[in-house]
Design a protein around this ligand. Structure first.
Ligand SMILES: NC(=O)c1ccc[n+]([C@@H]2O[C@H](COP(=O)([O-])OP(=O)(O)OC[C@H]3O[C@@H](n4cnc5c(N)ncnc54)[C@H](O)[C@@H]3O)[C@@H](O)[C@H]2O)c1
Length: 393
């Protein structure tokens, strides 16, 4: 094993190779000799590389900034997507995250009908200990150097105040304070979009979109999850909540009367709807056989560990999956308002339209015998292709 790198499907492992620790996202089951390592294309050959237009590596020794900006596609407009600051295990992981997340933004905005492309940035480091005003401003200068091709916003590890620092050095930022022209906290809008997307899935599955008495699992009661619980309890749904943060659970229970899940494995709970609002990849090889629900509709990004495989199994099991990037688009609709200058009424109108889009996608998927994920991607791609042709005229 010393001078061989064993590549197996979709796992990441550390391999001690002649005293170097090499970490690799793995794509196939081949075994590669060490002398062939140089042939592995470290960027364009990445598993998550999907014809991205541009990938920018940003480095600044003085502030300790190490960032990667992924610009996936700018056919519909500037690539807009948040900046995530995370303590990645290694650069491969950071690059993959930038590639995967920026691709997701392209399709999210395209399906939502926004004139935006897809981009995302990652800053390598611990947001709690390594984020400084100097580092944020330096990052902003790199964003500025792209002349508006990429527009940033908040993601994990970022606050509105960080975007305000970026705004000091570039106009190519959204998610800034309302006092500086920002559109405010996107989470309640995201939650509302998830709620209407869930109702659309219910309409398809049950013939009615009324969620009263439906048993709904909300996994993760953070910014979006809490707001979703509020909508659901207002409608009379029976909400079961789960979170790794006990204090949040108690708080949300006290506010809305939701029931805290106390069992061992939330995925085995018999319920009507599962709403993942914490992490991605919770629909995976293990959970897919445990899930005992009719509908999956939540806010988390990349809920299907494997889009093709798990999407297909869900549809075979008769579980209606409301694609994450379709129903969690409220946040991007909210920040887009900052660029276009529209107000809350238009934000709500666009977000409410997630209901129609979701229903159309689910029906399309049935008609064409494809998964809802594939049906959503097809809509996004056809919109991009049509614009590409128009642009070429
Ligand atoms: N905030 C937005 O507008 C927005 C927009 C689009 C997508 N999303 C996605 O929605 C999800 C929720 O976003 P948020 O802003 O509410 O995040 P958040 O950090 O406020 O909340 C996440 C919650 O999930 C909990 N959690 C973490 N790991 C968990 C686990 N293993 N099991 C159960 N709970 C767990 C956390 O304790 C926290 O309470 C994220 O995946 C995010 O990427 C958010």
């Amino acid at each position: 094993m010393n001078n061989q790198l064993l590549l197996c499907s979709k796992i990441m492992r550390f391999i001690n190779l002649n005293s170097y620790n090499i970490t690799k996202y793995i794509m196939t089951s081949e075994v590669i000799d060490v002398k062939d390592l140089s042939k592995i294309n470290p960027v364009f050959g990445q598993l998550s590389f999907d014809n991205h237009e541009q990938i920018v590596f940003c480095n600044d020794k003085d502030t300790g900034l190490k960032a990667i900006i992924g610009i996936h596609n700018t056919v519909l407009g500037p690539a807009l997507g948040g900046t995530r600051m995370w303590q990645y295990n290694n650069e491969w992981e950071a690059l993959n995250d930038a590639l995967r997340l920026s691709r997701g933004m392209t399709f999210k905005s395209a399906v939502a009908g926004l004139n935006l492309g897809g981009g995302k940035a990652v800053i390598i480091g611990d947001a709690k200990t390594q984020k400084t005003p100097e580092l944020m401003k330096r990052f902003g200068e790199f964003v500025h150097s792209l002349s508006g091709k990429y527009i940033t916003a908040e993601d994990i590890g970022m606050e509105t105040s960080d975007m305000d620092l970026v705004r000091d050095v570039t106009p190519y930022v959204t998610g800034i304070s309302e006092s500086r022209g920002g559109a405010g906290n996107p989470s309640p809008i995201t939650a509302y979009g998830v709620f209407v997307g869930m109702k659309a899935a219910a309409k398809y599955k049950y013939g009615s979109d009324v969620l009263e008495d439906k048993k709904v699992i909300v996994q993760g009661v953070g910014h979006v999850g809490e707001s979703l619980v509020e909508h659901l309890t207002n409608e009379g749904a029976k909400v079961i909540i789960t979170d790794i943060n006990q204090a949040r659970l108690e708080e949300v229970k006290a506010k809305y009367g939701a029931e805290i899940y106390t069992g061992e494995n939330i995925y085995t709970l018999d319920a009507d709807i599962y709403a993942p609002c914490a992490l991605g990849a919770t629909v995976n090889d293990t959970t897919i056989n445990q899930l005992n629900v009719d509908i999956i509709a939540g806010a988390a990004n990349n809920q299907l560990e494997n889009e093709a495989v798990h999407g297909k199994i869900l549809s075979e099991k008769g579980i209606v999956y409301a694609p994450d990037f379709v129903i969690n688009a409220g946040g991007i609709i909210n920040v887009y308002a900052e660029l276009e200058g529209y107000g809350k009424t238009e934000i709500m109108r666009k977000t409410e339209n997630i209901y129609n889009t979701t229903l159309e996608i689910i029906k399309n998927a049935e008609t064409n015998n494809v998964t809802t994920h594939a049906a959503s991607l097809a809509i996004a791609k056809s919109r991009i292709e049509a614009r590409k042709k128009e642009n070429q005229k």
